[in-house]
Design a protein around this ligand. Structure first.
Ligand code: PBE
Length: 268
């Protein structure tokens, strides 16, 4: 083609952390001299994965447990090497862990959990009247509500789907008693929620990685080295702080990402 090379297309899922990580990849690529554009908040895991396979995207952030359960159907351990081997025949690679895990967990208001004596997910088995609000993806995922309900024999019938951002105000207002949270959500600390112990270990590890098309290496040789600069660089508390910048302080995901790249990596 004539002129400038086509930009690398970075995608993100429709939640704050994914948008921040998408912005960070886009900015790290640009800082490495690789033109890149961010197609933000496209939808859930399946939308992103299919766009990557089709070639509509080159890179997006995902999590080892999600790749293992939701993308590969639970057939491959959520271990980086095993996932890499399983994804390579599909023309897909993953970076090493960015440095944190973001696992699913169930959470309740602390006063409600204390009053009902709930500390572990198994404590929910004797409370059939609890009102539950789950994010839509969690309702349907193999590693979500179907797995929890079966493993813990949970009896609740009042279970509805809602957008992740709405779960926290609904919990605070007492409209629901239990929701699924992501362990790096800033609201867990902000609302002082009780996070229930997954005492039967249903949830796998969810280490954050970038998922990319292997053909990117030939098309933009500087792209992978630029993304790899983020490997191991984002700890859980740094990610919680970044989520707080956006969800609590109202910063744009791009601004939060830029601030981190400047402070932690010296990238302009
Ligand atoms: N999460 C939390 C992951 C899985 C656990 C929602 C950030 C995801 O698949 O997007």
């Amino acid at each position: 083609a004539l002129g400038a090379p086509a930009p690398v297309r970075v995608g993100s899922k429709e939640f704050t952390e994914s948008e921040i990580l998408g912005a960070m990849a886009t900015q790290a690529l640009a800082a490495g001299g690789v033109p890149a554009e961010h197609r933000r908040a496209l939808g859930g895991t399946r939308i992103l994965w299919e766009a990557l396979l089709r070639g509509d995207l080159d890179v997006y952030p995902d999590y080892t447990g999600t790749i293992s359960e939701e993308i590969l159907g639970g057939a491959v351990r959520p271990d980086e090497e095993a996932l890499r081997a399983a994804l390579a025949p599909r023309g897909v690679g993953i970076t090493r862990s960015l440095g944190f895990e973001d696992t699913y967990a169930l959470a309740m208001r602390r006063d409600v959990a204390d009053r009902l004596g709930v500390r572990r997910v198994s404590d929910l088995a004797r409370l059939p009247a609890l009102r539950i609000g789950f994010t839509s993806e969690f309702m349907d995922r193999k590693d979500g509500w179907p797995a929890l309900r079966a493993r813990y024999r949970l009896p609740q019938r009042d279970v509805r789907g809602l957008a992740h951002d709405l779960a926290y105000p609904a919990l605070a207002a007492g409209e629901i008693d239990v929701t699924d949270v992501y362990s790096t959500d800033a609201e867990i600390g902000r609302y002082g929620l009780a996070v229930l112990e997954d005492d039967l270990h249903v949830f796998p590890e969810y280490r954050a990685v970038y998922v990319y098309r292997l053909d990117l290496e030939a098309r933009a040789p500087a792209a992978l080295p630029a993304l790899r600069r983020l490997e191991g660089r984002i700890g859980a508390s740094a990610m919680i702080d970044l989520n707080a910048r956006v969800r609590i302080d109202g910063a744009a995901p791009d601004a939060a990402a830029a601030g981190f790249l400047r402070a932690a990596l010296g990238l302009a």
